[in-house]
Design a protein. Structure first.
Length: 94
């Protein structure tokens, strides 16, 4: 997410709308304020390192449409205790 000054918007809650099918590699890497991620439904891929280092991340819902999670997508997310990986989703190895 970018604001008018092309700086990353640092918020506690990220809402990913239906039309988004992919979270790009390293998209939210190092975001220290991000705590919750709500994904509406059409997402098929979470890129490599997408949430790497998001140390405050506590909860993320993964939709049934998800088919691939890139390597280290959640590396360094020590507060993320549970994320149910949908059936048929492939998780890349580090």
């Amino acid at each position: 997410m970018m604001d008018d000054n092309n700086k990353i918007c640092r918020k506690e809650l990220l809402f990913v709308p239906y039309q988004v099918t992919r979270i790009e590699p390293y998209a939210y890497r190092g975001d220290q304020k991000l705590r919750f991620v709500f994904i509406a439904g059409d997402l098929t891929e979470i890129g490599e390192g997408a949430f790497e280092g998001c140390s405050a991340l506590e909860k993320i819902n993964l939709p049934r449409t998800l088919r691939r999670i890139g390597s280290k997508a959640f590396a360094g997310c020590g507060r993320l205790v549970e994320a149910e990986i949908p059936e048929g989703c492939r998780v890349a190895e580090d």
